[in-house]
Ligand binder design. Structure first.
Ligand code: PLP
Length: 275
């Protein structure tokens, strides 16, 4: 039961995390837990569980649900105090909610890619914190669906910030990987960090900087990263094909590296990524 007075419900006073599960194991769990800690600190909430207790509840959910491939969602809110009071009590008693869901993480989206649209980024300024203030993103997905697309690339002051619920990347004409540098304008994606950690020895070069919608349209390849869809090729934006209009070789190479690092048998589960 959640009270209608819960601060998550009334004020979106809540942090959340979504951790991928592959082969029955949590992917990049420490990264998600340290980001949760940072978000909670930023929204004046105590972390209600220790790192060990978070690990146990996640592993229990995997076991109870027999989860081999999917996601674990967690949310921590400011709790409920029987009234609607903006400032709230001196000390919060958080509400904690988790659930597990099956999802094919290495599936059709990863194989075939997504279509995107450009959209104004209308979110608040602290996008580095993973809070449940997701109205802009919910509306972005509705606008994408209406346009016959799957997601939106958010644009602010003439530059792409990130995608509706993932980080945005392009491969420029020189073959360089480009993704926006970390700041309060974007969420520090755990999958983004995972991909960055795989670049050494890959032969790929990275430039961390923002890029314009025109650069995205002229890119050789584009893709997004998130725990929920891992590495998703972007095959068109606003109806215009990106590169060949099919997932490109750099995206495939990164998918291969990322899936291998998760312990996947890539040749068996993602033969299309074998290059
Ligand atoms: N950016 C936004 C706005 C997101 O909502 C998400 C994930 O939900 C991401 C980026 C990707 O973050 P992660 O890789 O940690 O899932």
């Amino acid at each position: 039961m959640v009270s209608p007075f819960d601060r998550g419900f009334l004020f979106a006073h809540a942090a959340y995390e979504v951790t991928a599960v592959y082969g029955g194991r949590l992917v990049d769990f420490e990264g998600h837990m340290s980001r949760l800690d940072r978000t909670l600190g930023g929204i004046a909430l105590p972390n209600p569980l220790s790192a060990e207790a978070w690990g146990k509840v996640h592993r229990d959910l995997i076991e109870y649900n027999n989860l081999t491939e999917g996601l674990i969602y967690l949310q921590v809110t400011g709790g409920a105090y029987g009234m609607r009071d903006f400032a709230g009590p001196e000390e919060f008693e958080p509400t904690v909610f988790l659930y597990a869901d099956t999802k094919q993480l290495i599936g059709e989206t990863a194989r075939d890619g997504v279509r995107a649209i450009f959209l104004d980024d209308t979110r608040w300024k602290r996008r580095d914190m993973k809070t449940t203030q997701l109205l802009s993103q919910a509306l972005a997905y509705r606008a994408a669906r209406e346009a016959g697309a799957d997601t939106a690339l958010m644009v602010e002051e003439g530059r792409v910030t990130e995608a509706a619920s993932s980080n945005a990347w392009i491969v420029d004409s020189a073959g360089q990987l480009v993704t926006r540098e970390l700041s309060s304008s974007i969420l520090p994606g755990i999958t983004r960090a995972g991909v960055l950690s795989l670049l050494e020895g890959s032969g790929l070069t990275l430039v961390e900087r923002s890029f314009t919608p025109a650069e995205a349209l002229g890119a050789v390849e584009a893709f997004t990263t998130s725990a929920g869809a891992m590495i998703a090729p972007v095959i068109s934006i606003d109806g215009q094909s990106i590169g060949s209009g099919k997932p490109g070789p750099v995206t495939r190479q990164l998918q291969r590296l990322y899936y291998q690092a998760m312990g996947a048998d890539v040749a068996a589960v993602a033969p299309w990524a074998m290059g």
